[in-house]
Design a protein around this ligand. Structure first.
Ligand SMILES: *[C@@H]1O[C@H](CO)[C@@H](O)[C@H](O)[C@H]1NC(C)=O
Ligand SMILES: *[C@@H]1O[C@H](CO)[C@@H](O)[C@H](O)[C@H]1NC(C)=O
Length: 333
């Protein structure tokens, strides 16, 4: 009776499900309710997307889902907040210009923002994944890192030099060294194992971990300290560097001209922040149904509707024009 399990294996669906959606820019401002709660303004500038409950402080006991009245995400039950630093071009004369952000392939009409993925599993058998819980937060990456050895402590915080809008190969841990014809895509992938207890931790990282062996992609097991498998959260941000592609504008010493808003010219300090804020059990339902890209189990709104949720800076600050210093006076180092 050997045929039976073999037949079942052949009939089992291959699961490559994931949610992929866009969230337009909510605001670009110097606030960070995770690292600098209550402090207006935070040391460096961020691009924030998601629900409009984003604020100087965000009490972990109050879910954004209970406060937000709109979201910039196309899945309208997602009022989470997602943020990264902001990219600047540094001219030969030392002034800085903010690099615009553009919508991803398929989401061209979003105003900047990011593409967000939640992947339950890459394996061909669907192991149940536990969605993030109300109050959950985390950070991946470290803005003080400037070396490859440091950056390698995180997996898959990378840059893709876009030859076309759909280039997905050639990821690097540092900024691309040559002009990228269509822009620079920043990839921020979070750890996929949770301790199952703490919704946050003092460093906003130690309650999550990477698989003990292998990777998320090879379905590696979670460590005993962090046994609960959570979806792989992944941001893609496309920085439209194209208007700075003229090599005559690049530094005379042959280095690349882009710097993060926290003063990093290497790229190794790439990092991202997350505050969970899905309504009810919408994310768990989506993960359980293994829906792929589009998800009939979820409520959807148009990109145009999402764009309307954009906020004004709570502390108005000039972030455009040729700036003599990075916002907040961050030094390039
Ligand atoms: C942000 O916080 C301030 C001060 O606590 C409050 O007045 C304001 O209503 C909050 N805004 C939002 C969008 O929650
Ligand atoms: C600095 O360089 C940029 C880019 O070449 C230029 O647009 C800007 O006007 C310059 N600013 C000053 C103060 O020279």
């Amino acid at each position: 009776m050997l045929w039976k399990p073999i037949l079942l294996a052949l009939l089992a669906p291959t699961i490559h499900a994931l949610l992929r959606f866009s969230c337009s820019q909510l605001v670009i401002e110097r606030l960070d309710p995770l690292v600098n709660p209550g402090i207006s303004q935070s040391p460096h500038l961020h691009q924030i997307i998601g629900g409009n409950a984003f604020n100087v402080s965000m009490d972990p006991a109050i879910s954004p889902a209970d406060q937000a009245t709109c979201t910039t995400c196309t899945f309208s039950e997602d009022t989470s907040n997602y943020w990264t630093a902001v990219l600047f071009f540094r001219a030969r004369n030392g002034t800085f210009k903010r690099v615009p952000i553009k919508g991803n392939s398929g989401f061209e009409s979003s105003s900047g923002g990011m593409t967000v993925y939640y992947t339950p599993t890459i394996a061909s058998t669907a192991a149940k994944v536990t969605a993030f819980k109300k109050g959950f937060r985390m950070i991946v990456g470290n803005p003080s890192y400037r070396t490859e050895a440091e950056a390698k402590q995180f997996r898959q915080l990378t840059y893709t030099c876009l030859q076309t809008i759909t280039t997905r190969t050639g990821e690097t841990l540092d900024f691309p060294k040559k002009p990228c014809p269509v822009g620079v895509m920043v990839n921020v992938r979070f750890p996929t194992c949770w301790d199952g207890v703490n919704l946050d931790s003092p460093d906003h990282m130690s309650h999550v971990a990477y698989p003990q062996s292998g990777t998320f992609e090879t379905n590696g097991p979670c460590p005993a300290t962090h046994p609960v498998k959570v979806p792989q959260l992944f941001y893609e941000v496309i920085w439209d560097t194209t208007k700075f592609n003229d090599k005559a504008l690049w530094p005379e010493d042959g280095s690349q001209p882009f710097v993060w808003s926290f003063g990093d010219k290497t790229g190794y300090g790439n990092h991202g922040d997350y505050v969970f804020g899905w309504k009810g059990d919408a994310l768990q339902k989506a993960m359980d149904s293994n829906c792929n890209i589009n998800c009939p189990q979820l409520k959807t709104q148009s990109i145009a509707t999402g764009n309307k949720c954009a906020q004004k800076q709570k502390v108005p600050e000039n972030i455009d024009g040729w700036l003599t210093e990075l916002p907040g006076g961050m030094m390039v180092q």
